[in-house]
Design a protein around this ligand. Structure first.
Ligand code: Z5A
Length: 210
């Protein structure tokens, strides 16, 4: 029987470099010959990608925060059942661009929904599934926003006020401080080569402890 794969999530606010540094993770996995599945949330399956479009598209009708929360978990449920769990069970490492820490940060801190409700949905939808390692990429707000702002059209989240993003960043940092065994904080306000060295070292340590 295959050894269960490791579940790695990459988190952080706008423009901190998640896509850029997930490429580093993937390169390392390829070099090591580790079978992996790279995916993202919201999304990762055709149905969940449709829910992602609903969540991100700017619209005239304001989305109720609870509707947003339930859509996030609807997409997650589909993603876990059809992609994440089968891959982990087959021994693949799963590298996921955002997961439930984003829900605590964006819907919990950002939209100010009850953290208790989020915890209940987390238990309901995920059972015991939690990431083995979470790379929290962090940079000062102005650095991330200015990097993200260079992309043109803003999605529904990117149109939020600065105070929203301040709450999101604080929530991420608080979660990392509360769970140091799972989170690794990576300062992405540095040259890419230095960040990549740190990420490779963290992945090697995770493999050694597998
Ligand atoms: N969301 C939610 O509300 N609840 C949930 O539960 C989940 C998600 C799972 C989609 O996320 C939205 O879904 C998200 C929260 C919500 N909100 N928003 N917006 P997403 O991950 O798809 O989108 P994103 O956060 O906007 O990611 P991003 O802006 O694409 O950023 P990134 O991937 O972290 O950054 P990047 O593309 O790698 O880098 C940005 C630019 O900076 C790029 O030009 C790079 O070349 C440059 N860069 C990166 N690193 C460096 C360094 N070190 N130096 C210089 N330049 C750099």
């Amino acid at each position: 029987m295959n050894k269960r794969g490791l579940f790695i999530t990459v988190e952080g606010g706008e423009g901190v470099g998640k896509s850029t540094n997930i490429a580093v993770v993937v390169d390392w996995l390829e070099e090591q010959g580790i079978a992996y599945c790279k995916t993202r949330e919201p999304g990762g399956t055709p149905l969940a990608e449709q829910i992602r479009q609903l969540l991100l598209a700017p619209r005239d009708e304001a989305m109720a925060p609870m509707a947003e929360l339930l859509l996030v978990f609807a997409a997650r449920s589909q993603h876990i059942e059809t992609v994440i769990e089968p891959a982990l069970a087959a021994g693949q490492w799963v590298v996921c661009d955002r997961f439930t820490d984003a829900t605590y940060a964006y819907q919990g801190a950002g939209r100010q929904l009850s953290l208790e409700w989020i915890a209940q949905l987390e238990n309901l939808v995920q059972g015991n599934l939690r990431p083995d390692l979470t790379l929290l990429l962090d940079a000062p707000l102005d650095v991330g926003l200015s990097r993200a702002g260079q992309r043109g059209d803003l999605d529904r989240f990117e149109q939020e006020q600065r105070t929203f993003f301040e709450r999101v960043r604080s929530a991420y940092l608080e979660r990392a401080a509360a769970e140091p065994g799972r989170f690794e904080l990576v300062d992405t306000n540095r040259p890419l080569a230095l960040i990549a060295d740190d990420i490779r070292a963290l992945l090697a340590a995770a493999r050694a402890g597998q």
